[in-house]
Write a protein that binds this ligand. Sequence first.
Ligand SMILES: NC(=[NH2+])NCCC[C@H](N)C(=O)O
Ligand SMILES: [Mn+2]
Ligand SMILES: [Mn+2]
Length: 324
Amino acid sequence: MTSAPTLQPRFLPSRTELGLVAVGFSGGQCKDGVDAAPMALIEAGLITQLTSELDFNVHYDGQVHSYADLRPEHDPPHRGMKNPRAVSAATQALSAQVYAHAKEGRFVLTLGGDHSIAIGSVSGVQKAVRERCGRDVALVWVDAHADINTPESSGSGNIHGMPVAFLTGLAREEDKSMFGWLEEEGKVNLRKIVYIGLRDVDRGEKKILREHGIRAFSMHDIDRHGIGKVMDMALGWIGSDTPIHLSFDVDALDPMWAPSTGTPVRGGLTLREGDFIAECVHETGNLVALDLVEVNPSLEITGAQETVRAGNSIIRCALGDTLL
Ligand SMILES: NC(=[NH2+])NCCC[C@H](N)C(=O)O
Ligand SMILES: [Mn+2]
Ligand SMILES: [Mn+2]
C-alpha cells in the first residue's frame, strides 16, 4: 500500500540529499582532542550508516576542516575571549559551507569540533532557510550548558560557552575579523530557542535566560515531568510549521554514557533520553540541520568509543533510523 504523497513545505530539505561537514576545530575551548571527533565518528561507520541504512545521498568533500591556523601570538584575547580571530575565521568559513549545502536543499549534518562551531552552522542554515522561504529556524539546543555567555559575562573566556549569545545578537562585535561578519540574516530569534538538559548554567547566563524569557528545560524539569512531557512542551513552544536546527552537545548525556567530553557534568541524560530527544525532533518532520559537538576521544580514553557510539546513535535517531 502506498500512502498519498504529502506536500513538502518549502523550507524542508530533500529527504535524500545530505550535506556533511566535518569540522576538526577546537579553538573555542582549551583542551586538545575535540578536533579528532569527526574522524572518530566516521571511522565508527557513520557514512555507511547514512548511505546504506538511511539511504541518503551524502555530499561530503572527504576533508576534516580545521580552518584557521592562527598562531596564538597573532590572536591575543579580545574582551576576554580566547582565540577570537581563529574562532571567528573558522565559523565564518563553516557558515559559508553550510549555507551552500542548505541552499541546495540538502539536510546539513555538521560534526564538531567544540560548540563554538554552531556560530557557523546555525547562521549558515538560518540564512539559507530565510532565503528559500522567508522563515526563521527554531533552534533546539541540547546541552548541560546554556552557552549563552557574552564575552563580559563569561568567566572562562572560552567561546564555546558563547555561541548562542553571538547567534542571537546578545553579543556583538563590529570588527569583521571578530564575528562582525555575522549578518542579521544569519541570526536566530530568542523566542525560537529551546534548551533541553541544562544543569550547569553560570550566574550571568541565568540572568540572561530570565531577562529574555528564553524557554529552557533543565534536568530538574525532566525529573519532574519525564522526558516525554518535556519534549511535548519543548516542541509545542516551537510550533508545528517551523524548520528546526538541532544542536546537540554530547555533554548533555550523563558522563556515564559520554565520558569523553571537555566539560562533563554529572546528573545528565541517559543514553535513551538523548536518543529519544533526537527521535522526537525527527518525528516533527521539520528538522533541517543537526550539529553533533564536543566529543573528545582523547579524554577518558576508556570511554572514548562509548562516547563516539553515543554520538553516532544520536545522529541515527535524529535521522529517523530507530523509529518503526
Ligand atoms: N559547549 C560547552 N561545553 N560549553 C561549556 C561552557 C562552560 C561555561 N559556562 C563557560 O562559559 O565556559
Ligand atoms: Mn555543554
Ligand atoms: Mn555546548
